[in-house]
Design a protein. Structure first.
Length: 212
């Protein structure tokens, strides 16, 4: 799918690798297939062992460290470089404790850190519009239901309308969110293409008036 036509074209992997287009490059396709294959080797984690905990200002250093791991992973798709201090940095972190409508969470498995989520309320009111600003699960805990359970808890605990964006090159994230949102809504969501702001790529919307 691209920004000119919201349509899918199915091809074999070998065919896709020969296509001279972005973002379906050999790197992104092989990365996606490798992650899918890796997921077959892990057993699901019991949902009762997974916690999604609101993060306060005292948790800022922990979130800052986890964000570095997240941004390192994401550099595969956005080609970001570290700064002169050897860090990527995240300019919006402090806003999650200084601006209304922002929510930070730590994800834990049996009390051990497993990731984080940042949620931004784009429109307040009786039927708020919320967005997953950032979402990250440590590699050790991927493909075991941790991300799905955490996402569902967020949707349940923060009712309203939702939109979830993915970078056009991040095929694993696109597959993850389509699956999770599809299961959560019973397929009742709409998908579009965001081209006027970052990240450029697919966006799923559901809840409230967005519900088909």
């Amino acid at each position: 799918m691209n920004d000119e036509a919201e349509a899918y074209v199915w091809a074999t992997v070998d065919e896709a690798l020969r296509l001279p287009i972005e973002p379906y490059t050999e790197k992104t396709i092989r990365s996606y297939l490798a992650q899918q294959a890796d997921g077959q080797r892990h057993a699901p984690i019991d949902g009762a062992a997974i916690q999604v905990i609101p993060a306060g200002p005292v948790d800022r250093p922990v979130l800052a460290n986890l964000l570095e791991l997240y941004l390192h992973d994401f550099s595969e798709f956005d080609d970001a470089d570290v700064g002169a201090d050897g860090r990527y940095g995240y300019a919006y972190l402090d806003r999650y404790w200084s601006e209304p409508g922002r929510h930070a969470f730590l994800i834990q498995v049996e009390g051990r850190l497993a990731g984080f989520a940042l949620v931004h309320t784009l429109e307040a009111g009786e039927d708020p519009l919320r967005s997953i600003a950032e979402f990250f699960v440590l590699r050790k805990y991927r493909h075991q239901g941790v991300g799905r359970t955490a996402a569902v808890r967020l949707f349940d605990d923060l009712p309203g309308r939702w939109e979830v964006n993915q970078d056009a090159a991040n095929l694993p994230a696109q597959a993850f969110w389509r699956r999770v949102i599809g299961e959560y809504t019973g397929g009742r969501f709409v998908e579009g293409w965001q081209a006027d702001q970052e990240p450029v790529g697919p966006v799923q919307r559901f809840g409230g008036s967005e519900q088909p």
